[in-house]
Design a protein around this ligand. Sequence first.
Ligand SMILES: [Zn+2]
Length: 229
Amino acid sequence: MPDYYLSYGLIILGIIITGLASAQLHSTFSKYSKIPNARGLMGLDVARMMLEQAGINDVEICPIGGQLTDHYSPREKKLRLSESVYDKTSLAAVGVAAHECGHAIQHKEGYGPLKLRSVSVPLANIGSWLSWPLIVIGIGFDFMGLAEVGVFLFSFVVLFEVITLPVEFNASKRALTALETGGYLSSEELKGSRKVLTAAAMTYVAALLSTILQLLRLLLIVSGRRRRN
Ligand SMILES: [Zn+2]
């Protein structure tokens, strides 16, 4: 019985951690979305200039619907900026636009962790899709080896999220350096953009912690079942 409570406790803890990080990002983003930069630069302007500065001229910058949906697609070579970033001049907008450019620059430079993350995507997908069915079938039919394979596959999801951290932190570091050295923002303005990017990075840390807790839960379930056998 204590295992049962612990198992659900881990899930609830994971939900709380990711919920807090997400709430913090939304409130920080909302706060700095209301503060325009003195030069009146839009997210699109910053992205264009940063890419040009980096010698990248084959990446298309396009708008995308939704909030915080901004991303760089290495496969399509498209940098997609959301409604509150693309044509907005806020400190949040330029921070996010510069961060996405950071990913485009990582791609151009062949940044190791980005390459590693790309190759680990299919493994992580297999892990997240196949782990639960294998564990359920393994436990249901008392074939614990299968359940253990399921837990092993889930660890690929953890691995993917570990690799994601340096990719995200490095993109933000590149963004803030470019915003500062390029003279896009004053040092006071830079603090606002930094807070937005730090809050965004924390959501990746929270996601990793939550996935580790899920892995612990799976280990608990499978090892508990082994003990009872
Ligand atoms: Zn990113």
